[in-house]
Design a protein around this ligand. Structure first.
Ligand code: UFG
Length: 326
C-alpha cells in the first residue's frame, strides 16, 4: 500500500491532510516536532515520529521502516511579524531544515514532494488576482525563506529528478469535524475575532483603515482548509505523469477585514467589539489568488467558496470543539 509521509501532520493544515488521507484509506506516517503542532492532534491511525525534519538520522530511520511514496511538507513557522524580528529562526527552520529533508529523501530514493508555500512569496503584488507567473518579491523573511526553498526544490528536480508540486496558500481557515485552527500566540484574524466575540479579549483591532480598498481595510482571499487539502489529494494523482507543478490556492474572492468581521457577527449572531488600529508592518493591501490553473489542471473546485460557509465551519468548531483524537 502506498505510504505518505506528512511532515507537520500534528498541525492545523497537516492534521486535516492526515485526516482526509486516512478517511480515504491511505497509510500515513507523521513526522512532527510538536513545537507548534499538538500531540492530541496526531491521528491514532497514523504512525508517528516526534522530531525535526532536519534530523537526518531520524529521516533515515523513517525511510527504512516505511516504503514512502510521497512526502507532504506542511511543517514550518508561519508568523510574518516574528520572522522580521527573528530572521535566523525562519531561514533555519523553513529553509535549512527543508534542505535536510530533501537530502534525506534523495539518500533514500524518495522522489516526490508536495510543499506548502505561501502567498507571501509575492510580496506586494503588482496586479490582482495573482497568477503563478507573477513576480516573486517577498517583503519579509517568512516569504523569502519559502521562496528560496521553492528554488531549492526546483534545483533538486533538475539534479535528481525530484517530482514536485508547490502550493502557495492564501489565507487558510475554517475547520473540519476533526480539526480546528489553533495556534499558540494567535495572530490570525478569524480566531482573534472569535476570541473577541467570546470575551476572551476585549476587542479586535483592525490593522489600518486607510488602505486603497473600498472600505479602507486590507483584502484577503480566505480559503477553507478542507478545499486546500483536496487540491493536494488531486495533485497526488497527476504527479506520476506531471513532475513540475506549482499552483496558487485561493478562492479568487477577496474579503476585507471589515467584511470578515461582519460575517462573524452574522454567523455567531453576536456583536464583535472592534477598535480601529494602526497598519501592521508588512501587510499588502490586497492578496487575491487566481486559482484558474489549479482548477484547470487538477480539476479542483472549492466546496466552500463563500466567507460565511468558511466562518460557519470555524465557529461550529469553536463552540463545539472536535473530539481529541487520542
Ligand atoms: N488583521 C487585523 N487585526 C488582527 C489580525 C489581523 O486587522 O488582529 C488583518 C491583517 O492586517 C490582514 C488580515 O487581517 O489584513 C489577515 O491577517 P492574518 O494575520 O489572519 O493573515 P495574513 O494575511 O497576514 O497572513 C496569512 C498567513 C501567512 C501568509 C499570508 C499570505 O497567516 O502565513 O496569509 O497571504 F503568509
Amino acid at each position: 500500500m502506498t505510504k505518505y509521509l506528512v511532515v507537520g501532520g500534528a498541525g492545523y493544515i497537516g492534521g486535516v491532510c492526515v485526516e482526509k488521507m486516512i478517511d480515504r484509506g491511505d497509510e500515513v506516517v507523521i513526522l512532527d516536532n510538536l513545537v507548534t503542532g499538538h500531540k492530541e492532534n496526531v491521528h491514532p491511525k497514523a504512525s508517528f515520529y516526534q522530531g525535526d525534519k532536519g534530523d537526518s538520522l531520524l529521516l533515515d530511520k523513517i525511510f527504512s521502516e516505511h516504503q514512502i511514496d510521497t512526502v507532504l511538507d506542511f511543517a514550518g513557522l508561519i508568523q510574518v511579524g516574528e520572522s522580521v524580528k527573528e530572521p535566523g529562526k525562519y531561514f533555519q527552520n523553513n529553509l535549512g531544515q527543508g534542505i535536510d529533508l530533501l537530502e534525506g529523501m534523495m539518500r533514500n530514493n524518495v522522489k516526490k514532494i508536495i510543499f506548502s508555500s505561501t502567498a507571501a512569496v509575492f510580496g506586494n503584488p503588482k496586479e490582482v488576482p495573482i497568477n503563478e507567473d507573477a513576480d516573486k518579491e517577498p517583503i519579509n523573511p517568512y516569504g523569502e525563506a519559502k521562496y528560496f526553498f521553492e528554488r531549492v526544490i526546483k534545483r533538486f528536480s533538475e539534479a535528481y529528478g525530484l517530482k514536485y508540486t508547490i502550493f502557495r496558500y492564501f489565507n487558510a481557515c475554517g475547520a473540519t469535524t476533526q480539526s480546528k485552527e489553533q495556534h499558540s500566540n494567535e495572530s490570525h484574524l478569524i480566531p482573534l475575532i472569535f476570541q473577541a466575540v467570546k470575551g476572551e479579549r476585549p476587542n479586535i483591532a483592525i490593522f489600518g483603515t486607510d488602505y486603497d480598498t473600498p472600505d479602507g481595510t486590507c483584502i484577503r482571499d480566505y480559503i477553507h482548509v478542507s478545499d486546500l487539502i483536496d487540491a493536494h489529494l488531486l495533485a497526488i494523482n497527476i504527479m506520476e505523469s506531471s513532475s513540475e507543478n506549482e499552483y496558487n490556492l485561493g478562492n479568487g474572492n477577496g474579503y476585507s477585514v471589515k467584511e470578515v468581521i461582519a460575517a462573524v457577527e452574522k454567523v455567531a449572531e453576536k456583536p464583535v467589539p472592534v477598535v480601529m488600529g494602526e497598519r501592521r508592518e508588512g501587510d499588502p493591501a490586497r492578496l487575491v489568488a487566481s486559482s484558474d490553473k489549479a482548477k484547470k489542471e487538477l480539476g479542483w473546485k472549492p466546496k466552500y467558496p463563500e466567507i460565511e460557509q468558511i466562518i460557519s465551519s470555524a465557529w461550529e468548531a469553536e463552540i463545539n470543539p472536535p473530539a481529541l483524537k487520542n
